[in-house]
Design a protein around this ligand. Sequence first.
Ligand code: 523
Length: 136
Amino acid sequence: MTKAAYLLPVVAAALVDADGRVLLQQRPEGRSLAGLWEFPGGKVEPGETPEAALIRELEEELAITVPQACLAPAAFASAPLDDRHLLLLLYITRKWTGVPRALEASALRWVRPADMHDLPMPPADRPLIGLLDALL
Ligand code: 523
């Protein structure tokens, strides 16, 4: 029997500032996709809703709090990951409390969507740039 397709759900946020720039974080050394600039987020754990997972990840990674009502589902993209498919769900938010700090990433950067094309980004994040460019 062929192996069933296995989707790995991952949630991420486009945090948008007053100038229309979006926060990207650089994946640290020693992790998969090290050095690439990603939308902050992570895996949805078993039993978690995607929104709860994203709120948790943003607290763990950036020390910010995002109210669930401020998370707008925006787009999704997929990319092969080993023998699975990563399914990346992107939410846009313009409201949070706290100042983002790189608790897990090696660096943070506010970037205009048009300038993201020049940055190395994970394969699932890259297709989402065009949407942000059109929306922001
Ligand atoms: N991505 C990804 N884009 C993106 C995020 C937040 C995550 O492509 N914006 C990928 C990177 C990993 C997987 O999704 O392959 C899980 O992300 P994360 O940050 O939870 O991964 P790690 O580093 O905790 O787990 P490993 O992949 O095992 O290193």
